[in-house]
Design a protein around this ligand. Sequence first.
Ligand SMILES: [Zn+2]
Length: 273
Amino acid sequence: MPEKPEVITVAKSLTKRLIRKHFTSCKVYWENIIQNGSIATFEKGVCHQKIQKITTRGKWIVIQMEKSSLLIHLRMEGKFFFKEASLPKEKHEHVIFTLDDGTTFRFHDVRKFGKMSLLPNDIVFQSLPLSALGYEFNDDKLTKEYLKEHLKNRHIPIKTALLDQSIIAGIGNIYDDEILFYSHISPFRKANKVSLKECETLIQNIKEVLEKAIQKGGTTIKSFTSEEGVHGRFQNELQVHGKKGEICPICGTVISKVMIQGRGTYFCKHCQK
Ligand SMILES: [Zn+2]
C-alpha cells in the first residue's frame, strides 16, 4: 500500500498533468468507490470546475477545484493512467474522467479497495474522512508531548500504534519498520511503555525517514507504481523492511520477520529493545 511519500509522488505527477484543466465528463463503473452522495451527483459535480491545486492529507490525494475537492485514496493498488479517449475501457478501470483537452484520466484498481469523495472546499478538511486524521508528520504541532499523550493508554504494540492514522497520518507498514529500527525500539513494545524521550526520538526519525523517502520519490513495491513509468528510488535505502535473513547494517545480527496484527514486520532483535 502506498504511504505518504508515494502519495506525494503521485500528487506531484498529477499536478503536472491536471493543473488548470477541468473534467468535462465522468463515468463511474464501480459504485462502491464513491463514499458520499449518489453516483449521479458525483459524476455531475466533479465536472466543469478548473483544477487549482493538488495536495495530500494523510494518504488521501486532494484535488482542489474551484468549488469542491475530489479526494482519492489509492488503498492497496489504485493507480492512474492518462489515455486517449478512443482507447477501450480496460477491466480494472473503475472511474474514467474526460479532460477538456479530450484525453482521459482513468482510475485503475485491481483490488477495488480505492475510495473517492467529493466535498465542498469550505468544509473538506473539517469533514470525514479527513477530519478523523491525526497530525501530518511534518506538522509543528506533532510534539513528543502530543505523541506520549496519545500512546499512554494504548496497550497495543508500538508498531500498530504508529499505523493508527488518527494519531499520525501517513505512516504505513514499510516506513513504520524503518522508523522503529532507527529509533532502536522493538515493534513488540507496548505503546504505553514508550518514554517521552523515545517519543522525541520517534518524531525525529519519522520526519527524517519520510523526508528522505519523499526526496527519492517513495519506494517501488511489487504492486505499486506511482503512475505509468514513475518509480521511487527509496527501496535502495531500506534498512530492515523486506530484508528477512539479511544482516543488520549496525550489528550484523540476522534480521527477523514476524507478524504483528497481521502485518509483516521486520526488525533487528539485537538493536531494537
Ligand atoms: Zn542490529
